[in-house]
Design a protein around this ligand. Sequence first.
Ligand SMILES: [Zn+2]
Length: 151
Amino acid sequence: MAGDEKMIASWPLPTTNDHDAPFWQGARRGVVVMEACGSCGKLRFPPRPMCPSCHSRQQQWRELSGRGRIWSFIVPHPPLFPVFNPLAPYNVIVVELEEEPAIRLVGNLVSEPAGPINGVSAETIRIGEPVQAVFVPVTDDVTLIRWIRRR
Ligand SMILES: [Zn+2]
């Protein structure tokens, strides 16, 4: 069950840059942090220098609830990277955020925060299910966001 943690050293992990650093710093603190326009307040993801709504260059970072709903899901066949083959089949879910459903994060539904990405059968997943973000530190720099069911 804990097999995926041993494999992580060989996983393709996100790289961070100046624009998205607060998102990853938030994940390390256990919060979903999202960029918002400093003028009209609209949330945006991925982070970018200009608001697509009002074209303001002002920005701020806002802590969100970490709650969302499953908008869609798949079981990748074959896995997207060969390094994930030993974990197949596993789910990949797309979550729409409670504060802004137009923003959708891609992740895995797990049975518990430290659970493996193949711990929840895709046959049990339903569109619209409420989920909560959980935070899985994998390196000093990267904490991944995964999701558990919310009751
Ligand atoms: Zn704006």
